[in-house]
Design a protein around this ligand. Structure first.
Ligand SMILES: Nc1nc2c(ncn2[C@@H]2O[C@H](COP(=O)(O)OP(=O)(O)OP(=O)(O)O)[C@@H](O)[C@H]2O)c(=O)[nH]1
Length: 372
Protein backbone atom coordinates (compact mmCIF):
# COMPACT_ATOMS: atom_id res chain seq x y z
CA UNK A 1 0.00 0.00 0.00
CA UNK A 2 1.28 3.44 -0.75
CA UNK A 3 3.23 5.31 1.88
CA UNK A 4 2.65 8.65 0.31
CA UNK A 5 -1.01 8.60 1.26
CA UNK A 6 -1.19 11.25 3.93
CA UNK A 7 -3.67 13.73 5.18
CA UNK A 8 -3.89 15.77 8.33
CA UNK A 9 -7.63 15.24 8.47
CA UNK A 10 -8.12 11.65 7.46
CA UNK A 11 -6.46 8.33 7.76
CA UNK A 12 -7.49 5.60 5.43
CA UNK A 13 -9.19 3.81 8.32
CA UNK A 14 -11.22 6.88 9.22
CA UNK A 15 -12.42 7.04 5.69
CA UNK A 16 -13.39 3.41 5.69
CA UNK A 17 -15.28 3.85 8.94
CA UNK A 18 -17.47 6.29 7.08
CA UNK A 19 -18.43 3.77 4.50
CA UNK A 20 -21.08 1.22 5.22
CA UNK A 21 -20.03 -1.33 2.64
CA UNK A 22 -16.57 -2.13 1.44
CA UNK A 23 -15.21 -2.77 -1.99
CA UNK A 24 -14.96 -6.51 -1.84
CA UNK A 25 -18.62 -6.85 -0.91
CA UNK A 26 -19.52 -4.68 -3.83
CA UNK A 27 -17.25 -6.41 -6.23
CA UNK A 28 -18.05 -9.99 -5.32
CA UNK A 29 -21.79 -9.47 -5.19
CA UNK A 30 -23.41 -11.46 -8.02
CA UNK A 31 -25.95 -8.78 -8.85
CA UNK A 32 -23.55 -5.93 -8.63
CA UNK A 33 -23.50 -3.08 -11.05
CA UNK A 34 -20.19 -1.81 -12.31
CA UNK A 35 -18.98 1.45 -10.78
CA UNK A 36 -17.94 4.06 -13.30
CA UNK A 37 -15.28 6.21 -11.70
CA UNK A 38 -14.24 9.44 -13.27
CA UNK A 39 -10.76 10.93 -13.00
CA UNK A 40 -10.64 14.59 -13.83
CA UNK A 41 -8.32 17.52 -13.25
CA UNK A 42 -6.58 20.27 -15.17
CA UNK A 43 -3.90 19.64 -17.81
CA UNK A 44 -0.99 17.69 -16.41
CA UNK A 45 -2.40 17.37 -12.88
CA UNK A 46 -1.58 13.64 -12.76
CA UNK A 47 -4.70 11.84 -14.02
CA UNK A 48 -2.86 9.27 -16.14
CA UNK A 49 -0.36 8.77 -13.32
CA UNK A 50 -3.26 8.00 -10.98
CA UNK A 51 -4.87 5.71 -13.52
CA UNK A 52 -1.66 3.72 -13.88
CA UNK A 53 -1.29 3.51 -10.09
CA UNK A 54 -4.82 2.14 -9.87
CA UNK A 55 -4.07 -0.48 -12.51
CA UNK A 56 -0.83 -1.49 -10.80
CA UNK A 57 -2.32 -1.83 -7.34
CA UNK A 58 -5.60 -3.43 -8.38
CA UNK A 59 -4.30 -6.31 -10.45
CA UNK A 60 -7.04 -8.57 -9.09
CA UNK A 61 -9.71 -6.31 -10.59
CA UNK A 62 -10.88 -6.25 -14.18
CA UNK A 63 -10.93 -2.65 -15.19
CA UNK A 64 -12.32 -1.13 -18.35
CA UNK A 65 -11.21 2.28 -19.57
CA UNK A 66 -12.55 5.24 -21.48
CA UNK A 67 -9.79 7.71 -22.18
CA UNK A 68 -10.40 11.15 -23.64
CA UNK A 69 -7.68 13.33 -25.11
CA UNK A 70 -8.09 16.83 -26.44
CA UNK A 71 -5.67 16.42 -29.33
CA UNK A 72 -6.32 14.38 -32.46
CA UNK A 73 -3.68 11.88 -31.37
CA UNK A 74 -4.67 10.04 -28.21
CA UNK A 75 -1.45 9.96 -26.20
CA UNK A 76 -3.18 9.09 -22.94
CA UNK A 77 -4.46 5.75 -24.17
CA UNK A 78 -0.85 4.82 -24.96
CA UNK A 79 0.33 5.99 -21.56
CA UNK A 80 -2.22 3.90 -19.72
CA UNK A 81 -0.50 0.63 -19.15
CA UNK A 82 -1.22 -2.54 -17.31
CA UNK A 83 -4.31 -4.58 -16.86
CA UNK A 84 -6.99 -2.72 -18.71
CA UNK A 85 -9.22 -5.70 -19.30
CA UNK A 86 -11.22 -4.78 -22.30
CA UNK A 87 -10.13 -2.71 -25.21
CA UNK A 88 -9.52 0.83 -24.03
CA UNK A 89 -12.06 3.11 -25.64
CA UNK A 90 -10.35 6.20 -26.97
CA UNK A 91 -12.26 9.42 -27.41
CA UNK A 92 -9.90 11.79 -29.17
CA UNK A 93 -9.91 15.12 -30.91
CA UNK A 94 -12.08 17.16 -28.64
CA UNK A 95 -13.43 17.45 -25.20
CA UNK A 96 -15.44 14.47 -24.02
CA UNK A 97 -18.51 16.51 -23.18
CA UNK A 98 -18.76 17.85 -26.72
CA UNK A 99 -17.59 15.07 -29.02
CA UNK A 100 -20.24 12.64 -27.83
CA UNK A 101 -23.40 12.28 -29.83
CA UNK A 102 -26.98 12.59 -28.64
CA UNK A 103 -26.72 9.51 -26.47
CA UNK A 104 -23.77 10.83 -24.55
CA UNK A 105 -21.59 8.10 -23.13
CA UNK A 106 -24.13 5.35 -23.70
CA UNK A 107 -22.33 3.84 -26.68
CA UNK A 108 -18.86 3.54 -25.11
CA UNK A 109 -20.39 2.39 -21.83
CA UNK A 110 -22.55 -0.21 -23.56
CA UNK A 111 -19.45 -1.58 -25.25
CA UNK A 112 -17.83 -2.13 -21.86
CA UNK A 113 -20.80 -2.83 -19.59
CA UNK A 114 -23.34 -5.27 -20.95
CA UNK A 115 -24.87 -8.63 -20.15
CA UNK A 116 -21.67 -10.52 -20.83
CA UNK A 117 -19.35 -8.04 -19.18
CA UNK A 118 -17.17 -9.27 -16.35
CA UNK A 119 -15.65 -5.94 -15.38
CA UNK A 120 -15.26 -4.85 -11.77
CA UNK A 121 -14.94 -1.17 -12.57
CA UNK A 122 -14.79 1.28 -15.43
CA UNK A 123 -12.53 4.30 -15.24
CA UNK A 124 -13.17 7.35 -17.35
CA UNK A 125 -10.19 9.65 -17.69
CA UNK A 126 -11.39 13.03 -18.87
CA UNK A 127 -9.15 15.36 -20.84
CA UNK A 128 -7.38 18.06 -18.83
CA UNK A 129 -9.79 20.70 -20.07
CA UNK A 130 -13.02 18.76 -19.82
CA UNK A 131 -15.86 20.06 -17.71
CA UNK A 132 -16.17 17.30 -15.12
CA UNK A 133 -19.47 18.67 -13.80
CA UNK A 134 -21.07 18.18 -17.23
CA UNK A 135 -19.45 14.83 -17.71
CA UNK A 136 -20.63 13.59 -14.34
CA UNK A 137 -24.20 14.25 -15.32
CA UNK A 138 -23.66 12.47 -18.62
CA UNK A 139 -22.35 9.46 -16.72
CA UNK A 140 -25.19 9.44 -14.18
CA UNK A 141 -27.83 9.52 -16.86
CA UNK A 142 -26.08 7.34 -19.42
CA UNK A 143 -29.00 4.91 -19.56
CA UNK A 144 -26.66 1.95 -19.16
CA UNK A 145 -28.38 -0.39 -16.72
CA UNK A 146 -25.22 -2.31 -15.79
CA UNK A 147 -23.35 0.64 -14.32
CA UNK A 148 -23.68 3.22 -11.60
CA UNK A 149 -21.75 6.42 -11.12
CA UNK A 150 -18.92 5.64 -8.71
CA UNK A 151 -17.70 9.17 -8.09
CA UNK A 152 -15.45 11.87 -9.42
CA UNK A 153 -11.84 12.12 -8.34
CA UNK A 154 -10.50 15.55 -9.06
CA UNK A 155 -6.75 16.07 -9.25
CA UNK A 156 -5.12 19.34 -8.33
CA UNK A 157 -1.59 20.11 -9.51
CA UNK A 158 -0.20 21.95 -6.47
CA UNK A 159 2.67 23.35 -8.50
CA UNK A 160 0.48 25.07 -11.07
CA UNK A 161 -2.81 25.51 -9.24
CA UNK A 162 -2.54 29.18 -8.29
CA UNK A 163 -1.66 30.31 -11.79
CA UNK A 164 -4.30 28.18 -13.52
CA UNK A 165 -6.94 29.10 -10.94
CA UNK A 166 -6.24 32.80 -11.45
CA UNK A 167 -6.87 32.35 -15.18
CA UNK A 168 -9.96 30.14 -14.94
CA UNK A 169 -11.47 30.79 -11.50
CA UNK A 170 -15.05 29.88 -12.43
CA UNK A 171 -14.02 26.59 -13.95
CA UNK A 172 -11.90 25.58 -10.96
CA UNK A 173 -14.61 26.56 -8.50
CA UNK A 174 -17.14 24.39 -10.32
CA UNK A 175 -14.73 21.48 -10.54
CA UNK A 176 -13.80 21.65 -6.88
CA UNK A 177 -17.37 22.02 -5.68
CA UNK A 178 -18.63 19.02 -7.60
CA UNK A 179 -15.87 16.51 -6.84
CA UNK A 180 -16.15 13.61 -4.41
CA UNK A 181 -12.47 13.10 -3.70
CA UNK A 182 -9.93 15.82 -4.31
CA UNK A 183 -6.29 14.84 -4.60
CA UNK A 184 -3.77 17.59 -3.94
CA UNK A 185 -1.05 16.13 -6.12
CA UNK A 186 2.61 17.06 -6.71
CA UNK A 187 3.00 18.02 -3.05
CA UNK A 188 6.66 17.07 -3.46
CA UNK A 189 7.19 20.05 -5.75
CA UNK A 190 5.92 22.78 -3.41
CA UNK A 191 6.26 23.77 0.26
CA UNK A 192 3.93 22.45 2.96
CA UNK A 193 2.70 25.98 3.41
CA UNK A 194 1.66 26.19 -0.23
CA UNK A 195 -0.16 22.86 0.03
CA UNK A 196 -1.96 23.98 3.19
CA UNK A 197 -2.99 27.24 1.55
CA UNK A 198 -4.45 25.38 -1.42
CA UNK A 199 -6.26 23.03 0.94
CA UNK A 200 -7.76 25.94 2.90
CA UNK A 201 -8.83 27.60 -0.33
CA UNK A 202 -10.59 24.42 -1.43
CA UNK A 203 -12.14 23.81 1.98
CA UNK A 204 -13.71 27.25 1.82
CA UNK A 205 -15.59 26.34 -1.31
CA UNK A 206 -16.18 22.67 -0.61
CA UNK A 207 -16.78 21.52 2.95
CA UNK A 208 -17.96 18.05 2.03
CA UNK A 209 -15.41 16.23 -0.11
CA UNK A 210 -12.47 14.17 1.00
CA UNK A 211 -9.18 15.96 0.38
CA UNK A 212 -5.99 13.92 0.22
CA UNK A 213 -2.41 14.99 -0.35
CA UNK A 214 -0.38 12.91 -2.76
CA UNK A 215 2.96 12.62 -4.50
CA UNK A 216 2.91 10.99 -7.89
CA UNK A 217 -0.81 10.37 -7.36
CA UNK A 218 -0.21 7.52 -4.97
CA UNK A 219 -3.25 6.69 -2.92
CA UNK A 220 -4.80 3.68 -1.31
CA UNK A 221 -6.95 2.61 -4.20
CA UNK A 222 -9.45 0.80 -1.95
CA UNK A 223 -10.81 4.26 -1.38
CA UNK A 224 -11.79 4.66 -5.00
CA UNK A 225 -13.76 1.46 -5.12
CA UNK A 226 -15.59 2.02 -1.86
CA UNK A 227 -19.30 2.08 -2.18
CA UNK A 228 -20.04 5.59 -1.05
CA UNK A 229 -17.69 7.60 -3.17
CA UNK A 230 -20.24 8.76 -5.65
CA UNK A 231 -23.50 8.08 -3.89
CA UNK A 232 -24.07 11.08 -1.62
CA UNK A 233 -24.73 13.97 -3.86
CA UNK A 234 -27.12 16.35 -2.24
CA UNK A 235 -24.94 19.42 -2.37
CA UNK A 236 -23.23 18.16 -5.45
CA UNK A 237 -26.49 17.72 -7.36
CA UNK A 238 -27.49 21.18 -6.29
CA UNK A 239 -24.23 22.65 -7.53
CA UNK A 240 -24.33 20.60 -10.62
CA UNK A 241 -27.81 21.64 -11.69
CA UNK A 242 -26.88 25.20 -11.01
CA UNK A 243 -23.96 24.89 -13.40
CA UNK A 244 -25.28 22.46 -15.94
CA UNK A 245 -27.65 24.74 -17.73
CA UNK A 246 -27.03 23.37 -21.19
CA UNK A 247 -27.33 20.26 -23.24
CA UNK A 248 -23.96 19.49 -24.81
CA UNK A 249 -25.49 17.70 -27.74
CA UNK A 250 -27.69 20.61 -28.68
CA UNK A 251 -26.53 23.49 -30.81
CA UNK A 252 -27.04 25.97 -27.97
CA UNK A 253 -23.46 25.71 -27.01
CA UNK A 254 -22.36 27.59 -23.93
CA UNK A 255 -18.78 28.62 -23.37
CA UNK A 256 -16.61 25.73 -22.24
CA UNK A 257 -13.12 26.13 -20.86
CA UNK A 258 -11.77 24.12 -23.77
CA UNK A 259 -13.10 26.74 -26.18
CA UNK A 260 -10.16 28.84 -25.00
CA UNK A 261 -7.62 26.12 -25.80
CA UNK A 262 -6.11 24.79 -28.99
CA UNK A 263 -4.07 21.70 -29.61
CA UNK A 264 -1.44 20.88 -32.18
CA UNK A 265 -0.73 17.23 -32.93
CA UNK A 266 2.45 16.21 -34.67
CA UNK A 267 3.41 12.77 -35.98
CA UNK A 268 6.41 11.71 -38.04
CA UNK A 269 8.06 8.41 -38.79
CA UNK A 270 11.31 10.15 -39.68
CA UNK A 271 13.91 10.42 -36.92
CA UNK A 272 14.27 13.71 -35.06
CA UNK A 273 17.36 15.88 -34.97
CA UNK A 274 18.33 16.02 -31.28
CA UNK A 275 19.91 19.46 -31.51
CA UNK A 276 16.86 20.90 -33.26
CA UNK A 277 14.69 19.26 -30.64
CA UNK A 278 16.73 20.82 -27.82
CA UNK A 279 16.31 24.21 -29.49
CA UNK A 280 12.59 23.59 -29.57
CA UNK A 281 12.56 22.74 -25.85
CA UNK A 282 14.60 25.83 -25.04
CA UNK A 283 12.18 28.04 -26.96
CA UNK A 284 8.79 26.50 -26.26
CA UNK A 285 5.86 28.07 -28.08
CA UNK A 286 4.26 30.99 -26.34
CA UNK A 287 1.15 30.16 -24.30
CA UNK A 288 1.74 26.43 -24.53
CA UNK A 289 0.85 24.83 -21.22
CA UNK A 290 1.09 21.14 -21.95
CA UNK A 291 3.04 18.86 -24.25
CA UNK A 292 3.09 15.10 -24.11
CA UNK A 293 4.11 12.30 -26.40
CA UNK A 294 6.89 10.09 -27.66
CA UNK A 295 10.00 10.88 -29.65
CA UNK A 296 12.07 8.74 -31.96
CA UNK A 297 15.68 9.69 -32.71
CA UNK A 298 16.74 6.39 -34.19
CA UNK A 299 20.43 7.02 -33.74
CA UNK A 300 22.69 4.11 -32.78
CA UNK A 301 22.61 3.77 -29.00
CA UNK A 302 19.55 6.03 -28.76
CA UNK A 303 16.95 3.95 -30.49
CA UNK A 304 14.66 3.86 -27.44
CA UNK A 305 11.28 5.49 -27.10
CA UNK A 306 11.65 8.89 -25.40
CA UNK A 307 8.58 9.90 -23.43
CA UNK A 308 8.31 13.64 -23.12
CA UNK A 309 6.06 15.40 -20.62
CA UNK A 310 5.84 19.16 -20.23
CA UNK A 311 3.48 20.79 -17.75
CA UNK A 312 3.84 24.55 -17.48
CA UNK A 313 7.59 25.07 -17.33
CA UNK A 314 8.47 21.60 -16.06
CA UNK A 315 10.03 19.29 -18.64
CA UNK A 316 10.39 15.59 -17.89
CA UNK A 317 11.94 13.13 -20.32
CA UNK A 318 12.28 9.42 -19.71
CA UNK A 319 13.22 6.59 -22.02
CA UNK A 320 11.65 3.21 -22.44
CA UNK A 321 11.68 0.28 -24.82
CA UNK A 322 9.26 0.24 -27.69
CA UNK A 323 6.52 -2.33 -27.30
CA UNK A 324 6.56 -5.29 -29.59
CA UNK A 325 4.97 -4.36 -32.94
CA UNK A 326 4.90 -0.69 -31.96
CA UNK A 327 5.66 1.64 -34.82
CA UNK A 328 8.86 3.62 -34.25
CA UNK A 329 7.74 7.20 -34.62
CA UNK A 330 7.35 10.56 -32.97
CA UNK A 331 3.91 11.55 -31.76
CA UNK A 332 3.36 14.64 -29.66
CA UNK A 333 0.41 16.82 -28.71
CA UNK A 334 0.74 20.42 -27.54
CA UNK A 335 -2.06 22.26 -25.75
CA UNK A 336 -2.31 25.93 -24.88
CA UNK A 337 -4.24 29.16 -25.19
CA UNK A 338 -4.06 31.30 -28.34
CA UNK A 339 -1.48 29.02 -29.89
CA UNK A 340 -0.07 30.11 -33.22
CA UNK A 341 -0.73 26.76 -34.86
CA UNK A 342 0.96 27.51 -38.20
CA UNK A 343 4.10 28.73 -36.50
CA UNK A 344 4.20 25.69 -34.21
CA UNK A 345 3.70 23.31 -37.12
CA UNK A 346 6.66 24.93 -38.86
CA UNK A 347 8.77 24.70 -35.68
CA UNK A 348 7.89 21.03 -35.36
CA UNK A 349 8.74 20.27 -38.98
CA UNK A 350 12.16 21.75 -38.27
CA UNK A 351 12.91 19.13 -35.67
CA UNK A 352 12.77 16.37 -38.27
CA UNK A 353 16.23 15.18 -39.11
CA UNK A 354 16.86 15.98 -42.76
CA UNK A 355 20.28 14.36 -42.87
CA UNK A 356 20.51 11.61 -40.25
CA UNK A 357 23.93 10.57 -41.56
CA UNK A 358 25.43 13.85 -40.22
CA UNK A 359 24.17 13.32 -36.68
CA UNK A 360 26.53 11.71 -34.22
CA UNK A 361 25.69 10.37 -30.74
CA UNK A 362 27.41 13.46 -29.29
CA UNK A 363 24.37 15.38 -30.43
CA UNK A 364 22.38 13.49 -27.84
CA UNK A 365 24.59 14.56 -24.95
CA UNK A 366 23.01 18.00 -24.52
CA UNK A 367 19.65 16.36 -24.70
CA UNK A 368 20.34 14.37 -21.56
CA UNK A 369 20.12 17.44 -19.34
CA UNK A 370 16.34 17.18 -19.67
CA UNK A 371 16.27 13.71 -18.16
CA UNK A 372 14.72 13.21 -14.76
N1 LIG B 1 7.28 15.64 -9.64
C1 LIG B 1 6.05 15.13 -9.79
N2 LIG B 1 5.59 14.87 -11.03
C2 LIG B 1 4.37 14.35 -11.15
C3 LIG B 1 3.53 14.06 -10.04
N3 LIG B 1 2.36 13.53 -10.48
C4 LIG B 1 2.48 13.49 -11.84
N4 LIG B 1 3.67 13.98 -12.23
C5 LIG B 1 4.19 14.15 -13.60
O1 LIG B 1 3.40 15.14 -14.24
C6 LIG B 1 3.33 14.88 -15.64
C7 LIG B 1 1.86 14.86 -16.06
O2 LIG B 1 1.23 13.73 -15.43
P1 LIG B 1 -0.01 13.00 -16.10
O3 LIG B 1 -0.42 11.91 -15.18
O4 LIG B 1 0.29 12.66 -17.51
O5 LIG B 1 -1.06 14.20 -16.07
P2 LIG B 1 -2.52 14.23 -16.73
O6 LIG B 1 -3.39 14.94 -15.77
O7 LIG B 1 -2.93 12.86 -17.14
O8 LIG B 1 -2.23 15.11 -18.00
P3 LIG B 1 -3.30 15.51 -19.18
O9 LIG B 1 -4.08 14.28 -19.48
O10 LIG B 1 -2.46 15.96 -20.30
O11 LIG B 1 -4.12 16.61 -18.64
C8 LIG B 1 4.05 13.55 -15.85
O12 LIG B 1 5.38 13.83 -16.25
C9 LIG B 1 4.03 12.91 -14.47
O13 LIG B 1 5.11 12.01 -14.27
C10 LIG B 1 4.04 14.36 -8.72
O14 LIG B 1 3.39 14.18 -7.69
N5 LIG B 1 5.30 14.88 -8.68
Amino acid sequence: MSNSFHSDDYTIDDIFDDFSQNTSQKITSKKRKIPVIMISGFLGAGKTTLFNNILKSSKQLKIGAIVNDFGSVNIDSKLVSGNVSEKTIELSNGCICCILGENGLKEPLDALANESSNLDAIIVEASGIAEPYDLMQTLRFSGNQYTYFGGNIYMVDCQNFNLANSQFPVHFKKCLQTSDIILLNKTNLVSNEDVNNIESFIRNINKRSIILKTDKAEIDTRLLFSNNTGSEHTEDEHNHHEYHSHDCSSHHHHHHIHDSFQSVSFTTERPLDPQAFINFLDNLPENMFRLKGFCYFGMKGYEQKYLIQIVGKTIDITSDNWNENEELKTEVVLIGVNLDQDKINKQLKNIIDESPEDITPENMINFERFFL
